[in-house]
Design a protein around this ligand. Sequence first.
Ligand SMILES: *Cc1c(COP(=O)(O)O)cnc(C)c1O
Length: 378
Amino acid sequence: MKNIDTLCVHGARDVHNTTGAIATPIYQSATFFHPGLEQSTGFDYSRLQNPTRQVLEKTVATLESGLDAMAFSSGMAAMSTLIELFSPGDHLIASGDLYGGSVRLLNYVAKKNGITVDYLHTGDIHSLKHSICSSTKAIFVETPSNPMMQVTDIAAVSKITKDRGILLIVDNTFLTPCFQRPLELGADVVLHSGTKYLGGHNDTLAGFLVINSQELSEKLRFLYKTIGACLAPFDCFLIERGIKTLALRMQRIQESALKIAEWLSRREWVSTVHYVGLPSHPDYEISCRQASGFGGMISFTVDSAETARRILSGMRTIFYAESLGGVESLITYPILQTHADVPEETRTALGITDRLLRLSVGIEAAEDLIADLEEAIR
Ligand SMILES: *Cc1c(COP(=O)(O)O)cnc(C)c1O
């Protein structure tokens, strides 16, 4: 396999394009005519397949070492489709610290449809083993988790899921295939919010499911064409274009994130820094083993809610905004934004308080980002 830096730039090729165009054409067509009776060009209707989307899907499948990838209109659209694999009476186990929208989907949609969910720290292999029952169908892991940066040993969990014949689903949004490839570690499904690092420019929503089994691919392709939450051709073009610089952006973002995390660790108004790239992080060793990088997400707890509010109102370069993974640095207040719908007792137990801030480091100069934080606190 080529180096991932090269794969990001070259991706898959559009075999239908004979013009020599370097950029993938945007096939803005809802439907495709048939060359003859019972014949097909391979494309019939864009909810099922579209040439621009096919190039993007093959690129993402290659990056994640998958057999097939499906591009959705958002990360939540990908997850909603995935959840349709399960039936009333099925039981799921999910990381306790999960993207807020995923918790909302599991608690208010999946549960209503008769699926039960237990949340626990999936990094705790012992309690994970004991929570599996005869109706458990899948373990859903986010690693590093959002926003507390808890790490789960993917290979260790996959040993358990393979043993029990259940699915291991990993949300790989935070580290991207540049730094972590869960399918290679034994996961069955990789989920992405392509809105974040893959797209990388805070301009498009997208989601992905990547799998490496033919059987699962067929099941999910059936749901994909039936539910219809597919990604539009122009958005496919934008995400593919974003992926070309993914490796470059991830390197820069990670370098800056480490500098900022170290700087934060030395401030007296910061009580804790959660960044998986700091050797002081409790799961630093697992991260080094299963990932080739630490990404650009940092959470930190400050000394008071007042300090948190002062930072949020004082930012000039870093935007106070939801989302992450783009070229622009964004700061989030999880308690009021991404995790507002997570039950309060869950939030408190995890440490999602009014003193917790989450920073998505962008590609600006690290010194300017540090200066922005410093001035806000003054
Ligand atoms: C944003 C996000 C999602 C949801 O994706 P959307 O594209 O916003 O629908 C899922 N998981 C994680 C980790 C995310 O950050």
